[in-house]
Design a protein around this ligand. Structure first.
Ligand code: NAD
Ligand code: MG
Length: 406
């Protein structure tokens, strides 16, 4: 398992804007119509030509995707759902843009040598295959799709080391840690502390949580994000997935990972070094900064992200997480420590349980309960292959299906 280096989680320094005689950096945005995708488009648009979109991909949101294509004129537009792609007419696209459909086409196009950086921002387990294709092709990957590492962290990091691919985190906590790690050497790290907003139910009683509605769970106090990750933030399962993500990305044992609740979402995480020094990265809750950091790394440039205003009074609060009220967080510590297939099973069970919750089939508090049972009952494997991971992902979904139907 490759550990992080002083400069990068792994791999060599990726191509930078201007490396090729002032050429811009060509970017593929996987999931361009989503929350991260749209923020990425903002960063590209504000880059004054240093970043150009080469490929934009989404599932079936063809209206917003075509609008992005007309505005930015990428070389390729890829629609994941072939039926949605079939409804697009040639005249809907700008003259220099070509259309492709289906996951296989995306796998192939993401490996195009013309692409310098890949933003992996498809939501859920569906993001693994195109991210894997980018890693196989040795790309510099700006990774928002945490599920890739949650499901197959050891395999992904190993493959990236072999192909020369670089993984630069976009998840704000991991981006903060990536930045803070530059202040010391790997052997000097005592622990990584991930901050969590605590979500919309931070101060609610355990009893009242069973009655939470999807509408309430989708109202996040500090971040504006896609629906799945917003529900994960409300259960704190998002922090569980992030613990597992950090475990593999930074190559540290689970015992060196901790979580602290920080309701303002301004301190994006900490690294504590052996001498007791704690280094953090701060900024308003705006994903455009970690996205831009990952796209320009190792350079820093001015960009569109909001700034902290030190002329105004600012409070920063920290409190320990409550594992009784938010049992989903316990599962993340457990799965990060266990490794193997635990992350893939937890992730798949959670995806299905969240879907059930949003459809009104399961209660909010059932999400963690369902995940806990499926995790406990799954046929654990210590060193799974990618096929094993996909098989257990499907198994976990089936298991949850039994709960959601009753
Ligand atoms: P979202 O639901 O807003 O957008 C998802 C995007 O993926 C859309 O463009 C959708 O069309 C596309 N998509 C879905 N399934 C697809 C498929 N099978 N093939 C191709 N495209 C597909 O999600 P989001 O909130 O932007 O999150 C994206 C990823 O980034 C998630 O893994 C999430 O955990 C991670 N992330 C998000 C945030 C955030 O602030 N939103 C922060 C950190 C990490
Ligand atoms: Mg995060």
């Amino acid at each position: 398992m490759p550990a992080f280096s002083r400069d990068l989680p792994n791999g060599p320094s990726p191509a930078r804007p201007g490396d090729r005689d002032g050429d811009p950096l060509r970017v593929a945005v996987l999931g361009s119509t989503g929350s991260i995708g749209q923020s990425t488009i903002d960063v590209i648009a504000a880059s004054r030509g240093r970043l150009v979109p080469h490929l934009l991909a989404a599932w079936r949101s063809t209206g917003p995707l075509l609008e992005q294509a007309r505005r930015l004129q990428p070389r390729w537009v890829v629609v994941g759902d072939p039926a949605a792609a079939a409804a697009i007419h040639a005249g809907d696209l700008p003259s220099g843009t070509r259309l492709a459909a289906g996951p296989e086409a995306l796998d192939e196009l993401v490996a195009d040598p013309a692409i310098d950086r890949v933003v992996s921002a498809i939501v859920g387990a569906a993001g693994l295959r195109s991210t894997w294709a980018a890693i196989e092709a040795g790309k510099a990957v700006a990774l928002a799709n945490k599920e890739t590492l949650v499901m197959a962290g050891p395999l992904v990091m190993q493959r990236a080391a072999e192909t020369g691919a670089t993984i630069i985190p976009v998840d704000s906590e991991h981006s903060a840690i990536h930045q803070a790690l530059a202040c010391g050497r790997p052997a000097e790290v005592e622990r990584l502390v991930l901050t969590a907003s605590g979500g919309p139910f931070r101060t609610r009683s355990r009893e009242s949580l069973a009655a939470v509605t999807p509408k309430e769970a989708l109202r996040h106090p500090t971040w504006s994000m896609g629906p799945k990750i917003t529900v994960d933030s409300a259960t704190m399962m998002n922090k569980s997935l992030e613990l597992i993500e950090a475990r593999w990305l930074f190559g540290l044992p689970a015992a060196k990972l901790a979580v602290v609740v920080h309701p303002q979402s301004i301190v994006h995480s900490f690294v504590e070094f052996v001498d007791g020094a704690v280094i953090a990265q701060l900024g308003p809750p705006d994903m455009r900064l970690p996205i831009q950091y990952a796209l320009f790394y190792p350079d820093r440039v001015a960009g569109p992200a909001r700034r902290l205003d030190f002329a105004a009074t600012m409070r920063l609060d920290f409190e320990p997480p409550d594992l009784e009220r938010f049992p989903a967080l316990r599962l993340g510590h457990e799965a990060a420590a266990r490794g193997g297939t635990a992350g893939a099973v937890l992730n798949a069970a959670n995806e299905e349980a969240v879907r059930g919750f949003l459809e009104g089939a399961v209660r909010f508090t059932d999400i963690a309960e369902i995940c806990s049972r499926v995790l406990a009952e799954h046929p654990f494997q210590d060193s799974p292959t990618l096929d094993d991971v996909c098989r257990l992902d499907a198994w976990a979904r089936q298991e949850v299906g039994k709960w959601v139907c009753v």
